[in-house]
Design a protein around this ligand. Structure first.
Ligand code: FNR
Length: 182
Protein backbone atom coordinates (compact mmCIF):
# COMPACT_ATOMS: atom_id res chain seq x y z
CA UNK A 1 0.00 0.00 0.00
CA UNK A 2 1.07 3.52 -0.72
CA UNK A 3 -0.03 4.93 2.64
CA UNK A 4 0.77 3.13 5.88
CA UNK A 5 -1.26 4.28 8.88
CA UNK A 6 -0.21 3.69 12.49
CA UNK A 7 -3.31 2.99 14.58
CA UNK A 8 -3.12 3.71 18.30
CA UNK A 9 -5.93 2.23 20.41
CA UNK A 10 -6.28 3.76 23.88
CA UNK A 11 -7.67 0.64 25.54
CA UNK A 12 -5.80 -2.54 26.49
CA UNK A 13 -9.03 -4.43 27.21
CA UNK A 14 -9.45 -7.67 25.25
CA UNK A 15 -13.05 -6.93 24.24
CA UNK A 16 -12.49 -3.19 23.82
CA UNK A 17 -15.16 -1.39 21.81
CA UNK A 18 -12.48 0.98 20.60
CA UNK A 19 -10.36 -1.87 19.30
CA UNK A 20 -13.44 -3.26 17.55
CA UNK A 21 -14.05 0.15 16.02
CA UNK A 22 -10.41 0.36 14.92
CA UNK A 23 -10.66 -3.10 13.34
CA UNK A 24 -13.92 -2.30 11.58
CA UNK A 25 -13.31 1.21 10.25
CA UNK A 26 -10.12 0.30 8.41
CA UNK A 27 -12.25 -1.89 6.14
CA UNK A 28 -13.82 1.33 4.83
CA UNK A 29 -10.49 2.64 3.50
CA UNK A 30 -9.29 2.30 -0.10
CA UNK A 31 -6.72 -0.35 -1.09
CA UNK A 32 -3.87 2.17 -1.26
CA UNK A 33 -4.12 2.48 2.55
CA UNK A 34 -2.88 -0.14 5.02
CA UNK A 35 -3.27 0.03 8.79
CA UNK A 36 -1.22 -1.39 11.64
CA UNK A 37 -2.24 -1.28 15.28
CA UNK A 38 0.69 -0.32 17.48
CA UNK A 39 1.33 -2.22 20.72
CA UNK A 40 1.33 0.18 23.67
CA UNK A 41 0.58 -2.28 26.49
CA UNK A 42 4.20 -3.38 26.89
CA UNK A 43 5.70 0.11 27.20
CA UNK A 44 7.29 0.89 30.55
CA UNK A 45 5.98 3.90 32.47
CA UNK A 46 7.67 6.92 30.97
CA UNK A 47 10.71 8.06 32.96
CA UNK A 48 12.87 10.86 31.59
CA UNK A 49 15.96 9.18 33.10
CA UNK A 50 15.59 6.48 30.42
CA UNK A 51 15.66 8.89 27.43
CA UNK A 52 19.28 8.02 26.61
CA UNK A 53 18.59 4.27 26.75
CA UNK A 54 15.02 3.64 25.67
CA UNK A 55 13.47 0.19 26.08
CA UNK A 56 13.09 -1.96 22.97
CA UNK A 57 9.33 -1.43 23.08
CA UNK A 58 9.87 2.32 22.92
CA UNK A 59 12.28 2.05 19.98
CA UNK A 60 9.75 -0.14 18.18
CA UNK A 61 6.92 2.32 18.84
CA UNK A 62 8.89 5.26 17.50
CA UNK A 63 10.12 3.35 14.43
CA UNK A 64 6.56 2.31 13.55
CA UNK A 65 5.28 5.87 13.83
CA UNK A 66 8.19 7.23 11.78
CA UNK A 67 7.52 4.65 9.05
CA UNK A 68 3.87 5.69 8.79
CA UNK A 69 2.36 8.45 6.64
CA UNK A 70 -0.39 9.10 9.16
CA UNK A 71 -1.73 8.19 12.59
CA UNK A 72 -5.22 7.16 13.67
CA UNK A 73 -6.12 7.43 17.36
CA UNK A 74 -9.11 5.41 18.55
CA UNK A 75 -9.60 5.93 22.25
CA UNK A 76 -12.02 5.55 25.12
CA UNK A 77 -12.66 8.32 27.61
CA UNK A 78 -11.46 7.69 31.16
CA UNK A 79 -12.58 10.19 33.79
CA UNK A 80 -13.23 12.84 31.15
CA UNK A 81 -9.78 12.53 29.55
CA UNK A 82 -7.68 9.98 27.68
CA UNK A 83 -6.52 6.78 29.40
CA UNK A 84 -3.12 6.86 31.06
CA UNK A 85 -1.83 4.10 28.79
CA UNK A 86 -2.40 6.35 25.77
CA UNK A 87 -0.79 9.39 27.41
CA UNK A 88 2.17 7.19 28.33
CA UNK A 89 2.61 6.15 24.69
CA UNK A 90 2.26 9.74 23.47
CA UNK A 91 4.90 10.90 25.97
CA UNK A 92 7.31 8.09 25.05
CA UNK A 93 7.23 8.77 21.31
CA UNK A 94 7.57 12.53 21.86
CA UNK A 95 11.01 12.29 23.46
CA UNK A 96 13.94 12.95 23.67
CA UNK A 97 13.24 16.63 23.13
CA UNK A 98 13.58 17.49 19.44
CA UNK A 99 13.27 13.85 18.38
CA UNK A 100 9.53 13.38 18.53
CA UNK A 101 8.20 10.68 16.21
CA UNK A 102 4.83 12.41 16.01
CA UNK A 103 5.89 15.71 14.44
CA UNK A 104 4.19 16.46 11.15
CA UNK A 105 2.20 13.20 10.95
CA UNK A 106 -1.39 13.83 9.88
CA UNK A 107 -3.81 12.49 12.47
CA UNK A 108 -7.41 11.45 12.92
CA UNK A 109 -9.26 11.02 16.20
CA UNK A 110 -12.10 8.57 16.90
CA UNK A 111 -13.65 7.20 20.04
CA UNK A 112 -16.51 5.07 21.24
CA UNK A 113 -18.02 5.17 24.71
CA UNK A 114 -20.87 3.59 26.61
CA UNK A 115 -21.52 7.06 28.01
CA UNK A 116 -23.79 9.50 26.20
CA UNK A 117 -21.13 12.05 25.26
CA UNK A 118 -19.15 9.44 23.31
CA UNK A 119 -15.57 10.42 24.31
CA UNK A 120 -16.00 14.12 23.42
CA UNK A 121 -14.00 15.31 26.43
CA UNK A 122 -11.22 12.78 25.87
CA UNK A 123 -10.96 13.74 22.22
CA UNK A 124 -10.72 17.42 23.07
CA UNK A 125 -7.88 16.74 25.51
CA UNK A 126 -6.17 14.61 22.88
CA UNK A 127 -6.51 17.38 20.28
CA UNK A 128 -4.71 19.71 22.66
CA UNK A 129 -1.76 17.31 22.78
CA UNK A 130 -1.73 16.76 19.02
CA UNK A 131 -1.67 20.51 18.40
CA UNK A 132 1.39 20.84 20.61
CA UNK A 133 3.00 17.82 18.92
CA UNK A 134 2.60 19.57 15.55
CA UNK A 135 0.29 16.92 14.11
CA UNK A 136 -2.18 18.30 11.56
CA UNK A 137 -5.44 16.78 12.83
CA UNK A 138 -8.67 16.32 10.88
CA UNK A 139 -11.22 18.70 12.42
CA UNK A 140 -14.44 17.59 10.72
CA UNK A 141 -16.39 15.46 10.85
CA UNK A 142 -16.08 14.86 14.57
CA UNK A 143 -16.96 11.29 15.53
CA UNK A 144 -18.33 10.73 19.03
CA UNK A 145 -19.61 7.19 18.83
CA UNK A 146 -22.05 5.72 21.33
CA UNK A 147 -21.55 1.98 21.96
CA UNK A 148 -24.97 0.49 21.51
CA UNK A 149 -26.46 -2.66 20.03
CA UNK A 150 -25.99 -2.76 16.28
CA UNK A 151 -22.88 -0.59 16.14
CA UNK A 152 -21.15 -3.70 14.79
CA UNK A 153 -22.74 -6.49 12.80
CA UNK A 154 -22.16 -10.17 13.58
CA UNK A 155 -18.98 -10.20 11.45
CA UNK A 156 -17.48 -7.22 13.28
CA UNK A 157 -18.13 -4.76 10.48
CA UNK A 158 -19.72 -1.35 11.10
CA UNK A 159 -23.48 -1.89 11.38
CA UNK A 160 -25.96 -0.35 8.94
CA UNK A 161 -26.98 2.62 11.13
CA UNK A 162 -23.43 4.00 11.44
CA UNK A 163 -21.96 2.83 8.14
CA UNK A 164 -22.67 5.92 6.01
CA UNK A 165 -21.45 8.31 8.69
CA UNK A 166 -18.21 6.41 9.33
CA UNK A 167 -17.62 5.90 5.59
CA UNK A 168 -17.87 9.68 5.25
CA UNK A 169 -15.42 10.09 8.10
CA UNK A 170 -12.94 7.68 6.49
CA UNK A 171 -13.22 9.41 3.10
CA UNK A 172 -12.28 12.72 4.76
CA UNK A 173 -9.45 11.12 6.73
CA UNK A 174 -7.98 9.52 3.59
CA UNK A 175 -8.06 12.87 1.79
CA UNK A 176 -6.54 14.57 4.84
CA UNK A 177 -3.60 12.15 4.98
CA UNK A 178 -2.99 12.51 1.25
CA UNK A 179 -2.96 16.29 1.59
CA UNK A 180 -0.66 16.38 4.62
CA UNK A 181 1.67 13.37 4.31
CA UNK A 182 5.22 14.62 3.76
C1 FNR B 1 -14.70 4.78 32.09
N1 FNR B 1 -15.77 5.03 31.24
C2 FNR B 1 -16.07 6.33 30.87
N2 FNR B 1 -16.96 6.61 29.84
C3 FNR B 1 -17.19 7.87 29.47
O1 FNR B 1 -17.94 8.09 28.54
N3 FNR B 1 -16.58 8.92 30.10
C4 FNR B 1 -15.71 8.73 31.13
O2 FNR B 1 -15.17 9.69 31.65
C5 FNR B 1 -15.44 7.40 31.56
N4 FNR B 1 -14.55 7.15 32.55
C6 FNR B 1 -14.10 5.86 32.76
C7 FNR B 1 -13.01 5.64 33.61
C8 FNR B 1 -12.48 4.37 33.75
C9 FNR B 1 -11.26 4.16 34.60
C10 FNR B 1 -13.08 3.28 33.07
C11 FNR B 1 -12.51 1.88 33.20
C12 FNR B 1 -14.16 3.49 32.27
C13 FNR B 1 -16.51 3.90 30.61
C14 FNR B 1 -15.91 3.56 29.27
O3 FNR B 1 -16.58 4.29 28.26
C15 FNR B 1 -16.11 2.06 28.98
O4 FNR B 1 -15.45 1.30 30.00
C16 FNR B 1 -15.61 1.66 27.62
O5 FNR B 1 -16.04 0.34 27.34
C17 FNR B 1 -14.08 1.76 27.52
O6 FNR B 1 -13.64 1.56 26.21
P1 FNR B 1 -13.15 0.14 25.65
O7 FNR B 1 -12.20 -0.46 26.65
O8 FNR B 1 -14.39 -0.71 25.50
O9 FNR B 1 -12.51 0.44 24.34
Amino acid sequence: AQYQIAVVVGSLRKDSFNRKLANAIVKLAPAEFSFKQLEIGDLPLYNQDDDAQPADAVKRLKAEILAAQGVLFVTPEYNRSIPGVLKNAIDHASRPYGQSAWAGKPAGVLGVSIGAIGTAMAQQHLRNMLAYLDMPTLGQPEAFIHAKDGLFDSSGNIGPNSKAFLQGWMDKYVAWVKAHAG
